[in-house]
Design a protein around this ligand. Structure first.
Ligand code: G3I
Length: 377
């Protein structure tokens, strides 16, 4: 028996022959359908790796062969005070993944966000100086990457260093202000020293915007010119139903690959709710007040929108397949709709539906569409 939404897909005349009749638990495991060499990952929470939520654990275990910690390895949670590291949740994350033979990704070492205030405080009330900033960065990277040496396969070394403007300028973050633009090179240098085998990535959102993408590619080329290791660029993939265009997604993949590194789609989700154009992307500074009239689907996603989301995912995965030689990993940013950050961004308090599994952990038509697309490969 097909689910009712699946019938709607057919009724809309899509090319999708929906294959999953019985749901995610008994249907195909997504990871087994991926092309050879392309991992399928998911971001996990602390509660999930602590196995407090069995339904989520089952989905993660069944469908994914890579995990990224959504928050627990960020500077704030893992290194809240100068001499205090909180490794327990990250240890649990690593144990969870190792038990399931998953590829572990570290997120993230150097970011302007979720970094405690003390990191950016200068001595004696003065602005943070370059040497102090570099020493803090090096110590943090040594401690965190060093602890998981040989266990975490790759790191988002620097996250979101580029602005969303028409020129793709460098973000004037506190790291950039204290150290200069070479803070990126330094972070890669420190990470490589801490684990020479680890893969190292630059990670950002909206690289589908050409100026931002050009700057990311300049960063990669600069790292290479300096003789530093860089294995990949992460396009986060925080996309919407209506954009970016498939052409821009494709150009992102081909341009990154042409720079000589692998493409990682690191934080995939598809926002189904309306957004002000100024709020595309994932800039956490840009939050609007709750707008009740834009909370369109507070109870559930209606069938026509389920079908639209399914089509969008099918088109996106078709592009991934087309460029399978360039893409090392596709990671979803959350297990199910109930756990998505998009319930709080850019407008807090809305009910969003961006992932393959709904709040009841049931596979959505979007899941079926991904299965169908991958099955045609
Ligand atoms: O854990 C605390 C909890 O103790 C406290 O009671 C609660 C009150 O607000 O906050 C909890 O922390 C929240 C945390 O998520 C865990 O749920 C933070 O406030 C909240 O800001 C944080 O949001 C995360 C956000 O990054 C900021 O770090 C999102 O979950 C996470 O999905 C999001 O992920 C980022 C990527 O790292 C980088 N790219 C963009 C992406 C989306 O913003």
């Amino acid at each position: 028996m097909r689910r009712p939404e699946a019938l709607v897909l057919g009724a809309l005349g899509t090319a999708l022959a929906v294959v999953s009749a019985v749901g995610a638990a008994d249907g195909p495991a997504l990871k087994d359908l991926m092309p050879k060499g392309m991992l399928l990952g998911v971001a996990v929470s602390q509660g999930q790796v602590e196995e407090k939520d069995q339904a989520a654990v089952d989905l993660v275990t069944r469908h994914y062969d890579s995990i990224t910690p959504e928050n627990l390895l960020k500077w704030g949670p893992v290194h809240p005070e100068p001499d205090k590291y909180n490794f327990a949740p990250a240890d649990t994350f690593v144990a969870f993944g190792e038990k399931r033979k998953m590829t572990l990704i570290g997120h993230t070492l150097v970011w302007h966000s979720q970094t405690p205030a003390w990191v950016f405080e200068g001595k004696d009330g003065k602005p943070l100086d370059r040497e102090t900033a570099l020493a803090r960065m090096r110590d943090h990277i040594n401690a965190v990457v060093g602890r998981y040496k040989g266990k975490i396969k790759g790191w988002d070394v620097v996250n979101e260093a580029i602005n969303d403007d028409a020129e793709g300028t460098m973000r004037k973050s506190k790291w950039q202000q204290a150290i200069g633009d070479d803070y990126i090179a330094k972070a890669f240098e420190f990470a490589h020293a801490a684990d020479p085998q680890a893969e190292l990535y630059y990670n950002d959102y909206s690289l589908t915007n050409a100026p931002k993408r050009a700057t990311a590619i300049r960063i990669v080329k600069d790292l290479k010119t300096r003789g530093l290791r860089v294995d990949g660029v992460g396009e986060q993939g925080h996309w919407l139903l209506g954009g970016p265009s498939l052409a821009d997604i494709e150009a992102t993949i081909t341009d990154i690959a042409a720079a000589g590194v692998k493409v990682h789609i690191t934080e995939l989700d598809v926002d189904v709710l309306p957004r002000d154009p100024g709020m595309y992307g994932a800039d956490l500074e840009k939050r609007a007040k709750f707008k009740a009239e834009t909370n369109l689907y507070p109870d559930s996603l209606p069938p026509d929108k389920q079908a639209e989301l399914a089509r969008r995912y099918a088109e996106i995965f078709a592009i991934f397949l087309k460029h399978r030689d360039k893409i090392a990993r596709v990671t979803f940013w959350g297990v199910d709709d109930g756990h998505s950050w998009l319930n709080g961004f850019p407008i807090p308090g809305r009910v969003n539906h961006p992932l393959l599994f709904d709040r009841q952990r049931k596979a959505k038509p979007a899941f079926d569409a991904v299965v169908e697309t991958l099955s045609k490969k």
